[in-house]
Design a protein around this ligand. Structure first.
Ligand SMILES: Nc1ncnc2c1ncn2[C@@H]1O[C@H](COP(=O)(O)OP(=O)(O)OP(=O)(O)O)[C@@H](O)[C@H]1O
Length: 236
């Protein structure tokens, strides 16, 4: 099912459903019986180190599969329809080295567009490199970029594929203040649904809904001010 909100260029927002979801790494239970329905445009996830946020994020594109329960994106089950899910869900890792796959900056951005006609792929790649201030580095070896530039490249390489849902796991940790602001601004303007895990709470200003995770459970779920107050009380 797809919810059309009438906002944000009328772009439909995928419905994310978690139904009795638990996850364990071996014997270690990390997420415990989560049932959630997420249909807002901007969803934040906060919580202490090791509380299960990254695992929750990775469930959304099938990178991690639940050990119990089901995760569905617009009705697509991540366990059985992972390929289709990943075509709709872009994922930005904390560590950009985990997702930079091509030798040069330009080739990396174009990688996700390799099935498009060349001219169209070139046009879209150029557009996103420019938005991220990377156009002058198009022929530069990707592995020689600074940490922050790599983080921008990783973001551009995902956004160029125009996913319906963008899941971001601490996407600004390596960025300086100017670039962190630039990314926050870009994210605010995106028509897509965004789920962002972050410790940088100001990035969640203007979000619709923020989940607070503690020890594998959602202990609070509400608008940013409410949830952040709850989180602060929790860490006390
Ligand atoms: N691949 C893995 N194998 C085994 N244990 C893991 C694995 N990934 C995460 N864990 C464990 O699962 C727990 C939750 O990890 P997760 O990365 O989801 O937490 P987090 O809330 O994102 O933490 P942080 O804020 O520190 O990034 C941690 O105790 C972690 O050590």
């Amino acid at each position: 099912m797809t919810i059309a909100t009438g906002l944000w260029d009328d772009r439909p927002v995928p419905l994310i459903e978690l139904d009795g979801v638990s996850h364990a790494y071996g014997e270690r239970a990390v997420l415990r019986d989560l049932t959630l329905r997420l249909e807002e445009h901007r969803i934040g996830v906060v919580g202490g180190n090791g509380s299960g946020k990254s695992t929750l994020a990775r469930l959304l594109n099938g990178l991690v599969l639940p050990t119990a329960g089901r995760v569905r994106i617009d009705g697509l089950d991540t366990a059985h329809e992972g390929h289709q899910v990943r075509r709709r869900v872009g994922f930005v890792f904390t560590d950009p080295d985990a997702q930079i796959v091509m030798p040069t900056v330009g080739e990396d951005v174009a990688f996700g567009l390799r099935r498009l006609p060349r001219a169209e792929a070139d046009r879209r790649s150029r557009e996103w490199l420019e938005r991220f201030g990377l156009a002058d580095l198009c022929d530069h070896p990707a592995h020689l970029l600074s940490g922050g530039q790599k983080q921008l490249l990783a973001l551009a390489s995902v956004l160029v594929t125009e996913p319906d849902l963008l899941v971001m796991d601490e996407p600004t940790t390596l960025l300086d203040l100017a670039n962190a602001r630039h990314v926050a601004h870009l994210v605010a303007e995106l028509p897509q649904q965004v789920v962002m895990v972050t410790h940088q709470l100001h990035l969640l200003d203007g979000f619709d809904r923020v989940l607070v995770v503690d020890d594998g459970r959602i202990v609070h779920d509400g608008p940013p001010a409410d949830s952040l107050a709850h989180y602060e009380a929790l860490v006390g």
